[in-house]
Ligand binder design. Structure first.
Ligand code: ADP
Ligand code: MG
Length: 301
């Protein structure tokens, strides 16, 4: 097969591993920087151009679209979908999963466990917002944050009020969430491919920190997940419509709680922690599922 990997940088671990896995399994791989590609959308024959040339039609596309390029990146992916390529994850599913509020609303509707969460833009009653999610300690998150930046633990009601006021002053959308203390600064990343969790790791925050992000000094290790955690991760990926997803779960007294669902999960941490060939499993999934013009929405949603 001809497989295009949409990635800004060939040297990134995940991109390199996907290229390697394609070649190992006898496929052709091309890495395309979405921001440098351009398209003719008015044509009856959709094309994507890159480096001055029209790209040949590929069989499948692996989108690795960073949060900051979601808008343009999903447009490029849609163009590939219109050309009949099989997307590992569909453009609509990626857009959906990038909207944290929409994701949480969709999962809540389907009964997936999650921390008690409120969101606000310019609340006229901060005290009531705090009360609504059960009071301090609280986690307050900037909606646009990633890698743990913009996630604050407010231990007291007073601290929570100040942080909410500060974010409000910045006109930011925020999410106010019950603090899951018993998670002990750890979360579980479940890597879902299709309807299976193929690898799982525990990320533990460094001492004195509650955020387990590896970028914040967290450390990753292999973990055996429970059947309930497995089922929750699979259900969350399915609700988002993602064939491949990194589902982040907190272990709480009332069972697994989903924090977020990532549509371009990094492979380095999970492959290192588990010793599994996740890149190879992703390509295997494409081999089994790719058919031309199989996108459900054809980019319409
Ligand atoms: P980001 O998208 O920036 O990674 P997250 O929502 O994943 O933001 O939060 C970063 C980290 O903070 C999580 O991995 C987890 O360790 C911790 N965390 C986030 N929300 C909660 C919560 N409600 N209770 C306990 N810990 C949390
Ligand atoms: Mg996170």
């Amino acid at each position: 097969m001809n497989i295009a990997i949409l990635s800004r940088n060939k040297k990134l671990y995940s991109t390199r591993r996907l290229v390697e896995a394609c070649i190992q399994r006898g496929h052709e791989a091309v890495v395309i920087d979405v921001l440098r590609s351009y398209m003719n959308i008015a044509s009856s024959k959709p094309e994507v151009h890159f480096n001055g040339e029209s790209l040949p039609v590929v069989d499948a596309v692996i989108p690795r679209i960073g949060a900051s390029v979601t808008f343009y990146g999903t447009a490029v992916l849609r163009q590939f979908e219109m050309m009949g390529a099989f997307p590992l994850c569909e453009s609509v599913a990626i857009s959906r999963s990038r909207d944290k509020l929409r994701s949480l609303q969709l999962m809540a509707r389907k009964g997936v466990g999650m921390p008690n969460t409120g969101f606000a833009h310019n609340p006229d009653d901060i005290q009531d917002l705090i009360k609504m999610v059960g009071g301090a300690p609280l986690v307050i998150k900037l909606l646009e944050g990633t890698q743990g930046i913009g996630v604050v633990l407010a231990e007291t009601k007073k601290a929570a009020e100040s942080v909410i006021e500060a974010f409000m002053g910045l006109k930011a959308n925020i999410l106010v969430q019950e603090y899951i203390k018993e998670a002990g600064g750890a979360d579980i990343r479940c890597l879902v491919i299709g309807d299976k969790v193929v690898a799982a790791m525990k990320r533990q925050a460094q001492a004195g920190e509650f955020r387990s992000n590896l970028h914040r000094g967290g450390s990753a290790s292999l973990i055996k997940i429970t059947p309930a955690e497995r089922a929750t991760a699979i259900k969350a990926a399915k609700i988002m419509g993602l064939n491949v997803a990194g589902v982040d779960i907190l272990r709480s007294e009332r069972g697994p709680l989903v924090m977020e669902v990532n549509s371009s999960p990094g492979l380095e941490g999970i492959e290192t922690a588990t010793g599994k060939d996740v890149a190879g499993m992703i390509i295997e999934f494409i081999e089994k599922n790719a058919k031309p013009h199989k996108t459900r929405t054809k980019g319409k949603g």
